[in-house]
Write a protein that binds this ligand. Structure first.
Ligand code: SF4
Length: 290
């Protein structure tokens, strides 16, 4: 795998969240209890800094639920010359002063960016009355505030093709994770033959990689390639051969259509978009154990 295109590492700290949003690609909820092992994360951060010292986004679940660990890891990443960011639903932002004081703890140890979810899927937020004051307050602390605003997809719109990346902060919903199960009922379906690529990422030269709370390195959330508790990140990059990952190879070379052919799965009801087809096939009974 080529690291030269890599722009962002995503690191899921927990699957626990204050919400259980229907569109969540990592299927998090208040029932989640998994937390990444701190000692391992420190090792991963060290290897990330050697492979590609780029942005690292701490995600969840809701990472602010484990604030002491989040702060330590932001500090660790900044010390290793990574560019630390955090993605939150902002449940803790109950006022402008609370926002400034909390963010300051992270800015002081090197946080560069905060991504704040604020859309119809996240419902009413505690900060809606003063949302326009947050970016200037963050900027005073040297933190770039970005909004993540995902929109419902028009039920009859055709599948989206070629976003710049699959971790977009705005635009229509992609049907992965819980979204593939809970948000597809009223969407128009399209033939499997239409899904003959993954239009969103390169498997050989990815722009981003995602380490989940169980320690798996994913090319896309929910699409694991290796267990980082067993294989070192550096060794993974040195040894990666797409041909040895049969599911990934099928998606990379012919999309969900090729994977379905490989699995001998028929196109019964069609799929909502590329990710829905990809997710459903990879989590279907034909793929388990491969
Ligand atoms: S098509 Fe599959 S691999 Fe590509 S972005 Fe969607 S879920 Fe991820």
């Amino acid at each position: 795998m080529n690291a030269s295109s890599l722009e962002t590492w995503y690191l899921q700290l927990t699957d626990r969240c204050t919400n259980a949003c229907p569109h969540c690609f990592s299927s998090c909820s208040p029932a989640g209890r998994a937390v990444v092992p701190f000692a391992l994360v420190r090792k991963w951060i060290h290897h990330m800094s050697v492979i590609a010292a780029k942005r690292i986004v701490f995600t969840g679940g809701e990472p602010f639920l484990y604030f002491p660990m989040l702060r330590n890891l932001v500090h660790e990443a900044a010390t290793r010359n990574l560019w630390p960011a955090v993605w939150t639903n902002g449940y803790w932002i109950t006022g402008t002063e609370e926002f400034r004081l909390t963010l300051r703890y992270l800015a002081d140890v090197g946080l560069k960016q905060m991504i704040l979810s604020d859309d119809a899927y996240h419902g009413v937020t505690t900060f809606s009355a003063f949302a326009d004051q947050l970016a200037p307050l963050a900027a005073e602390l040297g933190v770039d505030l970005r909004w993540a605003r995902i929109e419902p997809k028009n039920p009859s719109a055709p599948p989206d093709y070629l976003f710049a990346d699959h971790h977009v902060l705005a635009g229509p919903l992609m049907f992965r994770g819980r979204a593939a199960m809970e948000c597809t009922a009223h969407q128009m379906r399209w033939s499997l033959a239409d899904f003959d690529a993954c239009p969103f990422l390169s498997f050989e030269s990815p722009k981003s990689l995602y380490i989940d709370v169980r320690g798996f390195l994913n090319i896309c959330p929910g699409f694991p390639l290796a267990d980082m508790k067993i294989v070192s990140l550096k060794k993974f990059f040195m040894d990666f051969e797409l041909e040895k990952h049969s599911v990934a190879h099928a998606i990379a070379t012919g999309g969900p259509a090729r994977l379905a052919a490989q699995l001998g799965v028929a196109d019964e009801d069609g799929f909502v978009d590329f990710c829905h087809a990809c997710w459903a096939l990879r989590h279907g009974p034909s793929t388990q154990g491969r």
